[in-house]
Design a protein around this ligand. Structure first.
Ligand code: G3H
Ligand code: 13P
Ligand code: NA
Ligand code: ZN
Length: 328
């Protein structure tokens, strides 16, 4: 059945677990998430970015979500708009059947320019009012994702803020977070603590200087009831980097967010953990392997099935690690 983010995260808070929110763009990813959820008895958050909606078309995407709910009737599924950039994106998602939206007002509509507090709180509050009229949930974001190592915000793939940012913007201020939640009435709050989107988060295994888990603890102390969201939470496993590079890939050595840090976050109020890059890498590793080992192969099912299987394995791991398993 379809459920809202609010319903799911309230349960997660009660039971003390976290829920990975995996991004979807195609059928294989939808099936991978649902198969992993079925195998582990986990509730699901599947989320689609604006890019995903453009890539797959709203009709295709929402019918795939409908199919997931119909094929797996026992699994609760929250369908979420990832990084909505304005009111229209959020409302058309709800209209298409999403049960939850993220209004990311930490950046202006262009997805690049850091926004001030008034803009963020204003646009987020408007989306919350409208979404709540029709029973949908809203995630807001306070603070801009980006690297504490370089002071650079993210600019890869044309999304994320551009240029150099002050330390202040890259770390959510706990007092401002309290004010933001009061002003907006969001159901969940995404925070900035040194993570960024994509594979290239850290140039070494992160410690407290470049991954500020203390921000989560402080916000959780001030607002123990608030559901916190960690973006940029792929772990970028060495094993997946190695498979990609063994079969012709050229990914420079990199580090993601260690699973133990996410588990620590879950102890301190993190309920939604966004993961896209790890799934992309699991898929890419297997496609590269099949192409390298069997260059004569041209039936897409022969490489998309192992790709899907690798994503199932990854999703199952995260469901187990975050305590989501057995909670459906
Ligand atoms: O926001 C980041 C997610 O990984 C979605 O990425 O905008 O390339 O679909 P995307
Ligand atoms: P990753 O790039 O770390 O997977 O982050 C995904 C994300 O935050 C989607 O909103
Ligand atoms: Na999101
Ligand atoms: Zn994100």
């Amino acid at each position: 059945a379809r459920i809202t983010l609010r319903q799911l995260l309230d349960h997660a808070a009660e039971q003390g677990y976290g829920v990975p929110a995996f991004n979807i763009n195609n059928m294989e990813q939808v099936i991978a998430i649902m198969e992993a959820a079925k195998a582990t008895g986990s509730p699901v958050i599947m989320q689609a970015s604006r890019g995903a909606r453009q890539y797959a078309n709203d009709v295709m995407l929402t019918k795939m979500m409908d199919a997931a709910v119909e094929i797996y009737p026992d699994i609760p599924v929250c369908v979420h708009q990832d990084h909505g950039n304005n009111e229209a994106t959020c409302l058309t998602a709800i209209q298409a059947g999403f049960t939850s939206v993220m209004m990311d007002g930490s950046l202006k509509e262009d997805g690049k320019t850091p926004a001030d507090y008034a803009y963020n709180a204003g646009i987020t509050r408007r989306v919350v009012d409208m979404a709540h009229w029709v029973g949908a949930s809203v995630e807001g974001e306070l603070g801009v994702l980006g690297s504490l190592e370089s002071g650079m915000s993210e600019a890869e793939d044309g999304h994320g803020a551009e240029g150099e940012l002050s330390h202040d913007l890259l770390l959510t201020d706990p007092d401002e977070a309290v004010r933001f939640v009061k002003d907006t009435r969001v159901d969940a709050l995404a925070i900035a603590m040194g993570t960024s989107h994509g594979a290239y988060k850290f140039s070494r295994k992160p410690d407290g200087a470049i991954l500020a888990m203390n921000v989560i603890k402080e916000i959780n102390q001030r607002m123990p009831e608030m559901h916190l969201v960690m973006h940029g939470s792929s772990s970028v496993p060495q094993e997946l980097q190695d498979i990609i590079n063994k079969y012709g890939g050229e990914m420079p050595q990199t580090w993601g967010v260690p699973v133990e840090e996410i588990q620590l976050g879950i102890k301190h109020g993190v309920r939604k953990v966004n993961i896209d890059t790890d799934c992309r890498m699991a898929i890419t590793g297997q496609i590269r392997r099949i192409f390298a080992e069997n260059p004569g192969e041209f039936d897409p099912r022969k490489y998309l099935k192992p790709a899907q299987d690798a994503m199932i394995k990854l999703c199952k791991q995260r469901y187990e690690e975050f305590g989501t398993a057995g909670q459906a």
